[in-house]
Design a protein around this ligand. Structure first.
Ligand SMILES: [Fe+2]
Length: 174
């Protein structure tokens, strides 16, 4: 899109956020299904629930701005999730896979934190107080999700992963 004003830049980044959340809605069930740890599965399921909430907030903001939800494709989240899908293909269900998926989840969370951090500050600069407040709620939840994943890694998964040696699939999955 052509960006001429800060409103345009805000719109563009809102579209990136929207596509990011939509892509996560589509992919998170598959990731939750692939993990070994029950606690980690619950964390991914909770993230899926929150992703629905994040999408609803973005819908609300687009309607306040009287702009469409948009068409930008978010290649960053597609790339991070794509790497996560490769891990699922190449590592058997195990604490090792869990540790690797937590690292991917952390990369996605940090990307979302950066995105929503910028969106909050653009909205505040434009005096869009209601939008800024919704974006801030999402930003806080992204930070909490990142901390929850890190806690699971530190408390159990990384230690359990030390004991596991992956045997590559004899017939690699395509
Ligand atoms: Fe999100």
């Amino acid at each position: 899109m052509q960006a001429e004003t800060l409103e345009d830049v805000l719109q563009r980044d809102l579209e990136f956020a929207y596509d990011c959340e939509q892509h996560l809605m589509h992919e998170l069930p598959k990731i939750a299904e692939a993990v070994n740890s029950r606690e980690l599965r619950m964390a991914f399921e909770q993230q899926l629930e929150q992703t629905g909430l994040h999408l609803a907030r973005l819908d609300q903001i687009f309607s306040w701005l009287n702009r469409p939800a948009g068409i930008e494709t978010n290649h960053v989240i597609r790339s991070i999730v794509g790497e996560g899908n490769k891990l699922i293909k190449h590592i058997n269900r195990s604490p090792l896979l869990d540790a690797a998926l937590i690292a991917a989840a952390s990369q996605a969370a940090h990307y979302e934190i950066a995105l929503y951090g910028s969106l909050c500050s653009f909205a505040r600069a434009l005096n869009l107080d209601d939008s800024a407040s919704l974006l801030q709620q999402t930003l806080n939840e992204e930070k909490q999700a990142d901390q929850a994943f890190a806690r699971i890694a530190e408390d159990s998964v990384n230690r359990e992963a030390l004991q596991f040696h992956n045997t590559p699939h004899i017939f690699p999955l395509l």
